[in-house]
Design a protein around this ligand. Structure first.
Ligand code: B12
Ligand code: SF4
Length: 487
C-alpha cells in the first residue's frame, strides 16, 4: 500500500491532544507519514505559515480535531486551505461527533469521522474512494453519505502508544508533564458532559467504560520515561479510580517501575480510604474532584449527580488526611441557580476547605441533556444553541440574571481565597458581603494557589512543580516569538 502524508492542523499551543497523538501513532504503524502545525487565535502570520507548511509537507489529507470552542477557527482555517489547495479535508473530535449534520454541510470539509476515529481514519486514508466506511460521513455531489457506527474497541491494549513526539517536536515545553490515558469512558452520565451524549451514541455497541491492562500502561510509561525523562504524569481518565482491583495492581507496578509524582481526576463516589491510600502509596500529588455545585438539590436535579454533600465532605476529608492536594471543580450558571443559594453554598465550601476551588461557567455543549433543562428554566435559547453548533459558543458570565458580573467575578476570586483564609474570616466576609469590595479588583488569583502548594507539599516537590511551570511559560513565549518570526 502506498504511504500517504497526513497533516494535522490544531488550534492551541498550550496543550497537547492525546486524540491526535493516538491517531498519528495508528497512521504511522500502517506506514503513513504525519506532521502537525499549531496555531492560535488572532495569529497574524498563520495563513502564510500554513501555506508554507502545506507546500513543504505536501500532504494527501489534512485533519482537524475539534472541540466546540475550536470549530469556528477550524472552519475558517479549512476554508483558507481550500482557497489555494485541492486537498481532502477530514474533521473529527467531540464537536463533529455531537453535531455531524452541521459539520458535513461545511463546504470546506470532505469527510467527517464520528466517535472514536482510530480504525476509521486508517480506512479513509487507505482508500478515500470507499464511501462505505463505518463512523464516516462524506459527500458525493449534493448527496450526503452517512455510515453507521462500528462497535466500540473493547481491547484498548490494541491501540499503539500515543505519538507524543508529534507535539513535542512542535512544542517541546509540553514534555515535562506526561499525559496518559488508562481508560476510556466514565461510569456516570452528568447532564452537561460529553459522556452523557456518547453513551447514547454508542448504546448497544459494547460497554462504554473500558480500561487498558496494567502491563500495557506500565510499558508505555517505562518507554516514555526513558525517552522523555518527564517529571510528572497527568492521568486524563474521566474517573481514574473507578476500578479498585485494577488500581491495586497498577500502583504496585507503578511504584516499582515508574515512581514519578502524578495527578488524577475522579468522582467523590469513587473515593474511600483504600483507594486514596493506594494513590498516596503510588505518589499521587493532586486529585481533582468534580463537585460542580454546593447545592445538593441542583446537583441532583440539574446535573444528575447523586452524591450528597456528606459524601463530598467525606471524600475531601479522606484525601486531605493523606496529605494529597485536593482541587474541587465548580460550575457557575447552572439552570435554576439563584444568588440566594450561594450563602448556604459558600458556607459549605468554607467548611469543606479543599486546597483549591477551580470554577468555570456552564457551556451548553451540543446534544447534551443540560440543553433541555436550560430551555425549561429559560437560561438558554434555541438561537444560542444553534449558534453553539456553529461554534459561536454562549458564555454565561453571571450567576443569575439579577447578579452583576462584578459580583460574580468577586465570588470567583473569593473561591480562590477560601482554602487559605481562616474559616471565621471567610464567614465574616460572606456575612457582611465584604468579599465583593475586597475581591472586586484583586488580580492575584494565582497567589493562594501557590501558597496552598507550599503549605501542602514538601519543598522539593514545590521546586519541581515551579520549575516545570516556569519552563512551560518560557517555552510558550519562545514559541510565540518563533511563530511571529514566521518559521
Ligand atoms: C484531557 C482533557 C483536557 C486537557 C487536554 C486538552 C486536549 N486538547 O486534549 C486540558 C485540561 C488542557 C483540557 C482543556 C479543555 N477542555 Co478538555 N478534556 C480533556 C478530556 C478529559 C480527555 C481528552 C482526551 O485526551 N481524550 C482521549 C483521546 C484519545 O480521545 P479524543 O480526544 O476524544 O480523540 C478521539 C476521538 O474524539 C476521535 N478524534 C478526535 N479528533 C479527531 C480528528 C480526526 C481527523 C479524526 C478522524 C478523529 C478524531 O478519535 C480520537 C481517537 O479515538 C476530555 C474528556 C474525554 N474523556 O475525552 C475533556 C473535553 C475534551 N474537554 C472539554 C472542554 C470543554 C475543555 C475546555 C474548553 C475547558 C475550558 N472551559 O477551558 C478546555 C479547552 C482547551 C483546549 N483547547 O485544548 C470538553 C469538550 C466538550 C466540547 N463539546 O467541546 C470535554 C469532552 C469534557 C466535557 N466537558 O465534556 N481538556
Ligand atoms: S463524572 Fe465527570 S466525566 Fe463522568 S459523566 Fe460526570 S462530568 Fe462527565
Amino acid at each position: 500500500m502506498k504511504s500517504k502524508r497526513i497533516l494535522f492542523v490544531y488550534r492551541g499551543i498550550e496543550h497537547e491532544s492525546l486524540g491526535i497523538e493516538y491517531l498519528s501513532a495508528t497512521l504511522k504503524k500502517e506506514g503513513h507519514k504525519t506532521n502537525l502545525i499549531l496555531g492560535y487565535d488572532g495569529e497574524k502570520n498563520f495563513k502564510k505559515r500554513l501555506y508554507k507548511r502545506i507546500n513543504y509537507f505536501n500532504p494527501d489529507f489534512i485533519c482537524f480535531s475539534v472541540m466546540t470552542d475550536d470549530y469556528l477557527w477550524a472552519s475558517e482555517t479549512s476554508k483558507i486551505i481550500k482557497e489555494k489547495f485541492d486537498m481532502l479535508i477530514i474533521f473529527g473530535g467531540i464537536h463533529v461527533t455531537s453535531c455531524p449534520e452541521e459539520v458535513i454541510n461545511n463546504d470546506s470539509v470532505d469527510y467527517i469521522v464520528i466517535g472514536e476515529g482510530d480504525a476509521t481514519l486508517i480506512e479513509i486514508v487507505n482508500n478515500p474512494k470507499n464511501t462505505k466506511i463505518k463512523n464516516m460521513w462524506t459527500k458525493k455531489g449534493k448527496e450526503i453519505i452517512k455510515n453507521p457506527i462500528r462497535p466500540l474497541l473493547q481491547n484498548l491494549d490494541d491501540l499503539p502508544f500515543p505519538d507524543n513526539m508529534l507535539f513535542y517536536e512542535e512544542a517541546p515545553y509540553l514534555k515535562d508533564i506526561y499525559h496518559c490515558m488508562t481508560s476510556k469512558g466514565c461510569p456516570f452520565q452528568c447532564t452537561y458532559c460529553f459522556n452523557n451524549f456518547m453513551k447514547k451514541l454508542y448504546k448497544d455497541k459494547g460497554p462504554w467504560l473500558r480500561r487498558r491492562s496494567v502491563k500495557n500502561v506500565i510499558e508505555e510509561l517505562k518507554i516514555m520515561k526513558k525517552k522523555l525523562n518527564y517529571k510528572q504524569i497527568l492521568f486524563v481518565d474521566d474517573a481514574f479510580t473507578s476500578d479498585t482491583e485494577w488500581l491495586g495492581h497498577f500502583i504496585k507496578e507503578y511504584k516499582n517501575e515508574i515512581n514519578i509524582p502524578f495527578k488524577a481526576i475522579t468522582h467523590p463516589l469513587l473515593v474511600n480510604d483504600e483507594i486514596i491510600s493506594l494513590l498516596k502509596k503510588g505518589g499521587c500529588i493532586r486529585i481533582q474532584l468534580g463537585v460542580q455545585t454546593p447545592i445538593e438539590k441542583i446537583r441532583k436535579e440539574i446535573c444528575k449527580r447523586n452524591e450528597s454533600n456528606l459524601i463530598i465532605k467525606r471524600a475531601v476529608r479522606i484525601i486531605k488526611k493523606y496529605k494529597i492536594f485536593v482541587q474541587i471543580d465548580h460550575i457557575f450558571g447552572l439552570p435554576s441557580e439563584k444568588i440566594e443559594d450561594y450563602d448556604e453554598g459558600v458556607n459549605f465550601y468554607i467548611d469543606l476547605k479543599p486546597n483549591y476551588i477551580s470554577s468555570s461557567f456552564l457551556q451548553y455543549f451540543p446534544n447534551t441533556e443540560i440543553i433541555d433543562i436550560g430551555k425549561k428554566y429559560k437560561t438558554v435559547t434555541d438561537e444560542e444553541i444553534s449558534n453553539t453548533i456553529k461554534g459561536k459558543v454562549k458564555y454565561v458570565d453571571v450567576i443569575d440574571q439579577r447578579v452583576s458580573d462584578v459580583e460574580t467575578k468577586s465570588l470567583r476570586q473569593f473561591f480562590h481565597w477560601i482554602p487559605i483564609l481562616p474559616r471565621s474570616v471567610s464567614r465574616f466576609l460572606l456575612k457582611k458581603r465584604l468579599y465583593i469590595k475586597i475581591f472586586k479588583n484583586l488580580k492575584m488569583y494565582r497567589f493562594p494557589y501557590i501558597l496552598q502548594h507550599l503549605l501542602s507539599f514538601n519543598f522539593i516537590k514545590v521546586a519541581i512543580i515551579s520549575k516545570i511551570s516556569i519552563k512551560r511559560k518560557m517555552g510558550l513565549r519562545q514559541k510565540i516569538r518563533e511563530i511571529n518570526k514566521n518559521e
